[in-house]
Design a protein around this ligand. Sequence first.
Ligand code: ZN
Ligand code: ZN
Length: 388
Amino acid sequence: MDTEKLKASVVSEIDSRYEQFAALSKKLHDNPEIAFEEKQSSAWLEEFIEQNGFTVERGICELPTAFRGRYGKGRPVIAFLAEYDALPKLGHACGHNLIATGSVAAGLASCKAADELGGRIMIFGTPGEELYGGKAIMAERGAFTDVDMAMIAHPGGGNTVVMNTLACETLDVEFIGRAAHAAEPESGINALEAMIQSYNAINSLRQNIRDRARINGIITDGGEAPNIVPAHTAAIFIVRAENDAYLDELKKKVINCFSGASRATGAKLKYKWGEHYAAMVNNLTMARLFKQNMQSLGHPIRLGGNTMMAFSTDVGNVSQLVPTIQPLVAIAPHDIQLHTPQFARITASEEGLRGILDAAKAMAMTVVDILASTETAEKVWDEFRKGK
Ligand SMILES: [Zn+2]
Ligand SMILES: [Zn+2]
């Protein structure tokens, strides 16, 4: 079969299952589960792909809501990454219900290409993107060692294939002071003062950091009552930078803000860094193929890549290991941001589903391009090796 016919057949495979994908996306949207609690969501996705010919391993990498589905034989092995965690209170305000549906749709359609041309298709269930860096943990535990290339499409407010995202780490921080009556405070050690001094020190630090770096924080425990000197405070900060080297530098400076306040107040500092989200390495060979395929469907998209997006994703960790793309597909007007109630509503809409299914079609067509030509697969890998 020639590649154009095969591309037409992967596209019609997705069109013919439109109702199934609509039902799957709606079920995920109507039952949002936050990071690492995606019990139902992962079970529904596992069942769906199992019924469609994939061999499924559940709870991989010691993560109960992670899974791996396999189909076909031989190389290359092309993986689709499904995310399905929601945000606290906001539900699917990042559209991960659509991401999961898009990756499943692309994976299912790609089986047709694997049947014709050889090669293996995998669908990874990757939980906890919003909070714990599920893919970072899975990468550390070897989930992607057999994978040759990876793809995932994210819904948003623009059409861009190449996304440059920031490296980031989350910091959990606490101060332990000593309680006292606020009216007789001399025996107390004020943990809240230590936190506020740290907060202000970070505000000062922000004046002298690089443009693309970000430091944001919230205080999660600010004391018990105004008539008690706070004996305990806690906060969560996120530090972001354009690369790992600058992130390391910034992490030290941030800790200095906290340890300075600890010395000044006498409150004891405790902290713990969370999972490391790596910056995204975009494979341009795959990105160009995706762009052509998306345009052939009449969906306008630009290659992009000139600007740094001020957010982070654990897809970055996968992209450090294997050639990866994560196109952004517009389902909302430009001024509606991710992580808002407005975006959560759009991720349940027909436009939302149609947008992500266009991306799923273009991803499956990209699989056809890669499986049909050893040269193309080699080009993808050459670029990746050169970038290392
Ligand atoms: Zn998000
Ligand atoms: Zn997201």
